[in-house]
Design a protein around this ligand. Structure first.
Ligand code: DNO
Length: 349
C-alpha cells in the first residue's frame, strides 16, 4: 500500500513540512479548491501543487475530489458541458502525475454531521451525528446550516434543489450516474487514471434526498455499470461503517479481491444504540469497527493502492479544520502502518 495524507493546500494549518515527518508518508491527497464544480482547473494550480509536494519529497498523485456538479447529478441541460469539463480535468490531472481521483455522488451536500466539536471524557473533540439533533429539522421550512455544508447556497436555492431531487428520485439519480460513468470512464482509461467513488456519508437518506451509494447491493450496481478496473472505489470505512448493516471487513475483502478498491479511507467510528455515531480514535478498541480485520482483508489480497488515515479527533490543544488536524491523523497513520506490518509478517509466516 501507499500511505497518503490529505492536505488542503497552502492555507492548510498542517504544513507539508510536518506531513513529511509522519513515518512512511508517500503521497499527498489534495485538489484545486478555488474553482467551482463545472469549471476547468488551471494547469498552473496543478503545477503549483506538484512542485510544492516535490519540494518536500512527497508525491502528488491522488486528487480528492473533483466534485460532480448538481447539474450532472440532476441531468440538467448543462450536464453535457459539465461532463466535458470533468473529462478535461481528468486529463489535466493525469498530465501532472495524478493516478487516482476520488469523487462522490451525494446530492447537494457532502458529509453530514450535527456537531464538529463534541467533547469526549478525555477532553478530545470529534465530529458526531446525533439523529435527535437532525430529526425535526425540515430544509423546506427551516433555513438549516449544518456544520460542513456548503454555505454558499441561499435558502431558496436549497429548496429548489430539494424539489428537483424529490422529482428525480433514486432511479433518476441512478440513470444520471450511468450517463456520467459511461462518459468519464473511457477518458480515465485513456489517460491511466483510476476513478475512486466515495460512499455517501453517512449512508442514509438525509432529509429524504436520494442517497444511493450506501450498501453492498448499491456498490455492486455501481461497479457493474461500467465493468472496468478504473471504475473503482474510495472505500471509506467510517462512512459505510456508521451504518450497522454494512459489514466493513467483508466489503473490503470482497472489493479488494475483485481489484476494485483504488483508495482506502481508514478510520473508526462508534455507533450508538439509536445508530447515531461519534467519530473516535483509529484503534479497534475505541470504536465499532475491527480495524485489524479490515487491514488483514487488504493484505490477504495484496492491496497495492492508496491508504489514508481519515478524520482524526482534535487532541493536545490543536485547533484547525475539524477532522483534519495533524496529531490524531498522524497517530492513525502510525497505527495503520503497524497493522499492515503485522498482517504482512503473519502472511509470510
Ligand atoms: C470527508 C471526506 C469527504 C470526501 C468526499 C470525496 O472528510 O471523506 O468529503 O472527500 O466525499 O468526494
Amino acid at each position: 500500500m501507499k500511505l497518503s495524507f490529505r492536505w488542503f493546500g497552502d492555507n492548510d494549518h498542517v504544513s507539508l513540512d510536518y506531513i513529511r515527518q509522519i513515518p512512511s508518508m508517500h503521497s499527498i491527497v489534495t485538489a484545486v479548491y478555488d474553482v467551482k464544480p463545472g469549471e476547468v482547473w488551471p494547469e498552473e494550480s496543478l503545477q503549483h501543487i506538484k512542485s510544492q509536494c516535490e519540494k518536500y519529497g512527497l508525491v502528488f498523485d491522488v486528487v480528492e475530489s473533483i466534485p460532480v456538479s448538481e447539474d450532472i447529478k440532476l441531468g440538467t441541460a448543462k450536464r453535457d458541458h459539465h461532463i466535458d469539463v470533468y473529462c478535461e480535468n481528468i486529463r489535466r490531472c493525469a498530465k501532472y502525475g495524478v493516478k487516482v481521483i476520488a469523487y462522490n455522488f451525494m446530492p447537494i451536500f457532502d458529509w453530514t454531521r450535527t456537531q464538529l466539536d463534541k467533547k469526549a471524557p478525555d477532553g478530545s473533540t470529534s465530529l458526531v451525528m446525533y439523529w435527535d439533533q437532525l430529526n425535526g429539522l425540515d430544509p423546506m421550512v427551516d433555513d438549516i446550516q449544518l456544520p460542513g455544508w456548503d454555505a454558499s447556497y441561499t435558502h431558496e436555492e436549497i429548496r429548489k434543489l430539494f424539489r428537483a431531487y424529490a422529482k428525480l428520485g433514486e432511479e433518476g439519480l441512478w440513470q444520471n450516474v450511468e450517463y456520467f460513468l459511461k462518459r468519464i470512464i473511457p477518458v480515465a482509461e485513456e489517460c491511466g487514471v483510476t476513478m475512486a467513488l466515495h460512499p455517501d456519508d453517512p449512508p442514509y437518506h438525509i432529509f429524504g434526498l436520494p442517497r444511493i451509494i450506501t450498501n453492498e447491493a448499491h456498490l455492486d450496481r455501481y461497479l457493474s455499470i461500467v465493468d472496468s478496473p478504473v471504475n473503482s472505489l474510495a472505500l471509506c470505512t467510517g462512512s459505510l461503517g456508521s451504518a450497522p448493516f454494512n459489514d466493513i471487513p467483508h466489503l473490503v475483502r470482497k472489493y479488494a479481491e475483485m481489484g476494485r478498491i483504488a483508495f482506502m479511507h481508514i478510520r473508526n467510528v462508534k455507533i450508538l444504540e439509536d445508530t447515531s455515531f461519534e467519530e473516535c480514535a483509529h484503534l479497534s478498541s475505541c470504536g465499532s469497527l475491527d480495524m485489524f480485520e479490515i487491514v488483514k482483508a487488504l493484505v490477504d489480497n495484496n492491496y497495492q493502492g492508496y491508504v489514508r488515515p481519515d478524520h482524526g479527533r482534535m487532541i493536545w490543544g490543536e485547533t484547525g479544520r475539524p477532522g483534519y488536524g495533524l496529531y490524531d491523523r498522524a497517530l492513525g497513520a502510525a497505527y495503520i502502518c503497524g497493522l499492515f506490518e503485522a498482517c504482512e509478517k503473519m502472511k509470510r509466516g
